[in-house]
Ligand binder design. Structure first.
Ligand code: HSE
Length: 433
């Protein structure tokens, strides 16, 4: 049977993996589909120094993405460039040229996925974006197909492998944050500027997409509370352990009576939970359904597995092209569902872990307890590991369940106390796992 022809734009890690898999696994893919996926054109700024596997046969090479989009034989354009400027032009031009699109671009789809999808439907082309979130975990397919008959109540994920590597290494070795960020950079997990990962922005784009699919709501980045991992110290892991918890960068969405609460933040999670066992640069997603209860998904978030996601999406779109998809429906369903409006994280109720660094003197606990009492916050426990540095003394207070609003007000007041060396660190203790 006649092959389906593909053009690849972007030959970084994901693009190169995609080519390698399409070459090495090409025969199997053809047997699964019933026809071959043929790469007819590739584009990269440095295409002439890129390795194009010989198994792909004759491939048109260019440094101008327009030549891939306009190539008369290309039926599916794989946008593997990333970012939101050139990538948006590539996707727009492909749709305008009635070419189907596969994208691995979380930022673009988080920023304007619903609009892109609508344009694709109007143009009668097919679109797939599995590789945009948790490369190795087919989580889009899970939410759109596998458990789509359920009503999602909560979704908690570890969506940034770099942060998970950093946190779990601090936990294991006792090394500090700076050392582990440098280690993540050496291993190629973190960029030279690690901010997108360690300050939570990469994870936020991923949660925008997953929450939109899981809850059927329009989600924008500003709906999600974000706090990065930079303030977490080895000592926090010691205290968390004493509380039978650990610390992970949790990307959460939860239905509450007020609305949908969304956050990306370091949180204490019980060591008994499955997410607490996710180590190193792995990703994981836990979903709680109203009818199907708990399901859990685990895998790599980057590298070769993302190439698998792109190739599988190319196969999906090739099947849709061959099968014809007259009734295309956007996975961004907020206009049809839209029953879970995002609300401020300040409304959430949790127990909190408060870690202080103070210049030691009598009356500190009494002062802090007074502030907590004035906000109607109950104190659960006080923990203090032995410490010689009286001018920089760390200790921890855990609270009973209270609102994020009250904790925020208490922290603000505590930060002004003259014995406080830095603003107290407040982490929620997540139980809904
Ligand atoms: N930088 C991301 C992470 C991988 O560390 O998970 C790509 O999304």
């Amino acid at each position: 049977m006649q092959e389906v022809n593909v053009g690849i734009v972007g030959l970084g890690n994901v693009g190169s993996s995609t080519l390698a898999i399409l070459s090495e696994n090409g025969d199997q893919i053809a047997l699964k589909l019933g026809y071959r996926l043929k790469v007819v054109a590739v584009c990269s700024r440095s295409v002439h120094s890129k390795h194009i596997p010989a198994g792909l046969g004759d491939v048109f090479k260019t440094t101008d993405w327009r030549e891939v989009v306009a190539h008369p034989d290309v039926q599916i354009v794989a946008e593997l460039v990333g970012g939101t400027s050139v990538a948006a032009q590539i996707v727009d031009a492909a749709i305008a040229n009635h070419k189907s699109v596969v994208t691995a671009n979380k930022e673009l789809m988080a920023a304007c996925g619903p609009e892109i999808w609508d344009r694709a439907i109007q143009a009668g082309i097919n679109l797939a974006m599995e590789a945009s979130v948790c490369g190795g975990i087919p989580i889009h397919a899970v939410l759109r197909e596998g458990i789509s008959g359920d009503r999602v109540q909560a979704l908690y994920g570890i969506l940034n492998g770099t942060c998970n590597y950093i946190l779990t290494e601090i936990e294991k070795t006792g090394a500090d944050m700076e050392t582990m960020i440098a280690s993540a950079q050496r291993l190629g997990y973190a960029e030279a500027d690690p901010s997108a990962d360690v300050d939570g922005y990469d994870a936020r784009s991923k949660l925008v997409l997953l929450a939109a699919l899981a809850f059927g709501e329009k989600i924008t980045a500003s709906d999600i509370f974000v706090e990065g991992i930079r303030r977490i110290t080895p000592l926090d892991f010691q205290y968390a352990k004493a509380l039978k918890h650990t610390i992970r960068l949790i990307c959460g969405g939860r239905k509450t009576p007020h609305g949908l609460i969304l956050f990306v933040r370091p949180a204490l999670i019980p060591t008994s939970t499955i997410l607490a066992h996710v180590q190193g640069p792995y990703n994981a997603v836990w979903v709680k359904g109203m009818f199907g209860e708990d399901t859990f998904y685990y895998g790599w978030g980057a590298g070769h597995p993302t190439g698998v996601a792109v190739v599988s999406d190319l196969m999906r779109v090739a099947r849709e092209i061959r099968g014809g998809s007259p009734e295309r429906v956007s996975p961004f369903a907020h206009e049809r569902l839209g029953e879970n409006k995002p609300v401020s994280v300040k409304l959430q109720k949790r127990a909190y872990y408060l870690r202080f660094r103070v210049e030691d003197r009598p009356g500190i606990i009494a002062k802090l307890a007074g502030i907590l009492a004035s906000k109607n916050i109950g104190l659960e426990a006080v923990l203090q590991e032995p410490c010689d540095t009286k001018n920089d003394l760390p200790f921890v207070i855990t609270t009973e369940q209270t609102s994020e609003q009250s904790i925020g007000e208490a922290i603000e007041e505590m930060s002004r106390l003259d014995f406080m060396r830095e603003a107290p660190l407040a982490l929620p203790m997540e139980t809904a796992l």
